[in-house]
Ligand binder design. Structure first.
Ligand code: ADP
Ligand code: GLC
Length: 492
């Protein structure tokens, strides 16, 4: 094993090419930081129809045959560069895009807006298998195949299978990072043959789950190392309550399952340099934050008052984020002297509920249904507090962005939120956020009420919390070093 590792990073989303949530942020930042540490890292991801045309891509393989089930599926491979900044220095690395019109030229990545695509298992099994074929075609054999989430959970399995037939991959090892254990890639058993899952693998210890296929479950078994994106979530995943049904599978991995906290991309999310903002600011001079608040209120059509606290939310609209108990608390929350600004996209019933609330509370609810990166930056900067009442949260990136922007997070004590947000404690110090425990409407109301009272009644203390939040750092460098340790561990 050489010091410089060859790593192929396979992800269904990569920020700049495709994004529905934090997986995309990680799939961009982590490879860039691994590259900066001196490793030969390359990304592979699907070529979706929505990938911006501004990317100059070159087709490097016109016909790549991917054997899967009893057929050979043909695709093309495009190549481009991902360029980013790490600690102010430019870093770039190759990105391979797997082009298959039928599988990836669709309206959404995983669904049509209402329903999941029924052939998702086939689409992402094909993608996973294509990663091996691509490496063979390039004659570039990675030390590490790094898979992410259920979409590429079959990659460790296919790697193991091909190690039996091919000499090339004998020394390669796989790492599977679970960003969200709630999505497991369940599929009817009729897919088994076409995914090359032999009958002996369709058992409860491997791919079988309540009579269906569970791609994540089997992938965990076959991966050499498995990790998730915070220690807090890793702990929860070993329990029946927090594992989404797979606690035994995680327990079975023993020391080969761990948590590595994500980093925050401070080159992209930094109030001192953020080009998306009307004004920049720092902990030493918060004037620009006021200008951001006024701009935010203006954009959302709310009264432009700097002395009323603004609570922000930027979120996928889905059960994971706690809307089931947040929505019933909204009327009581909106009766407080505050403004709430929400940007989100996802499930229709949640969006409809906010449409209705907006009619009722035009003076203090700002709501936008959609995906808007620029506005997400403004909400982080212009709000005083940021609400994440998640039912579960593997890591969470928005609370890290909030801390850095001096926007105090209000979070539930779960997963990565409990690893990153510190409750005010008279003995320990100012803390940097507000935390609640129970996943219910009265608990979320009470914590918002406490945060608002602290804002009005203890401005000095609130100021200390802002200062403490802005000093907090979760660097990608530190996270990338932990991944490198994990890679070396698995190659030993
Ligand atoms: P998750 O991956 O579960 O959605 P994270 O907090 O890890 O949660 O990451 C969410 C990422 O997606 C953040 O970068 C956040 O700013 C972004 N995001 C989510 N929803 C939106 C939206 N509607 N508009 C813009 N950005 C969004
Ligand atoms: C997931 C999780 C989120 C995490 C992100 C990146 O989508 O829901 O908590 O921050 O992946 O790892």
């Amino acid at each position: 094993m050489s010091e410089v590792l060859r790593i192929i990073f396979a992800s269904a989303e990569v920020d700049g090419f495709s994004k529905s949530g934090g997986l995309a942020d990680v799939a961009r930042a982590l490879p860039l930081h691994l590259k900066q540490l001196g490793h030969d890292v390359r990304i592979v991801t699907p070529f979706y129809r929505s990938i911006p045309e501004s990317h100059q891509t070159e087709t490097i393989i016109h016909e790549l045959g991917v054997p899967l089930g009893n057929e050979e599926i043909w695709c093309a491979v495009r190549q481009t560069e991902l360029t980013g900044s790490v600690d102010g220095k430019a870093v770039s690395l190759p990105v391979y895009l797997i082009e298959h019109e039928h599988y990836f030229f669709r309206r959404g990545y995983y669904d049509d807006g209402l329903h999941e695509y029924p052939d998702n298992a086939s689409r992402f099994a094909f993608f996973s298998k294509s990663v091996l074929q691509l490496c063979l075609a390039l004659e570039w054999i990675p030390d590490i195949f790094h898979a992410n989430d259920w979409h590429t959970a079959l990659l460790p399995f296919y790697l193991r299978q091909s190690q039996q037939a091919l000499a090339e991959f004998t020394k390669s090892r796989s790492v599977l990072t679970i960003h969200n254990a709630g999505y497991q890639g369940n599929a009817p058993v009729i897919f088994r043959n076409s995914l090359e899952i032999a009958p002996e693998y369709f058992v409860a210890e491997l791919f079988e789950d309540h009579g269906q296929l569970n791609l994540l479950k089997g992938g965990i078994h076959f991966a050499d190392q498995v990790n998730t994106v915070s220690s807090g979530y890793a702990e929860e995943m070993r329990t029946p309550l927090g594992s989404h049904g797979l606690h035994q599978t995680y327990l079975n991995k023993g020391r080969n399952f761990c948590g590595i906290l994500n980093g925050c991309d401070y080159d992209d999310w930094n109030p001192e340099t953020d080009s998306h903002l009307p004004a920049t600011y720092s902990a030493a001079d918060l004037n620009g934050k006021k200008a951001c608040k006024l701009e935010l209120q203006k954009i959302f059509g709310l009264p432009e008052l700097t002395d009323v606290p603004v609570i922000g939310m930027v979120s996928r609209l889905t059960g994971q984020k706690g809307f089931d108990y947040l929505l019933p608390a909204m009327q009581k929350i909106l009766a407080l002297k505050l403004q709430l600004v929400i940007l989100g996209s996802g499930e229709l019933w949640i969006a409809n509920s906010f449409d209705e609330l907006k009619q009722e509370y035009p003076q203090n609810l700002g709501w936008k249904n959609g995906y808007d990166n620029e506005l997400a930056h403004l909400i982080e900067a212009g709000s005083d507090m940021f609400l994440m009442p998640s039912l579960y949260e593997p890591c969470g990136l928005n609370q890290m962005y909030s801390l850095c922007y001096g926007t105090l997070p209000i979070v539930r004590r779960v997963g990565g939120l409990k690893d990153t947000v510190i409750q005010f404690d008279e003995a320990q110090g100012p803390g940097n956020g507000f935390i609640f425990d129970e996943p219910d409407s009265s608990a979320v109301f009470m914590v918002v009420d406490l945060a608002v009272r602290t804002y009005y009644q203890q401005p000095q203390h609130f100021g200390k919390m802002i200062n403490s939040a802005m000093q907090q750092r979760f660097t990608w460098k530190s996270a990338a070093e932990k991944y490198v340790d994990l890679y070396y561990k698995t190659l030993k």
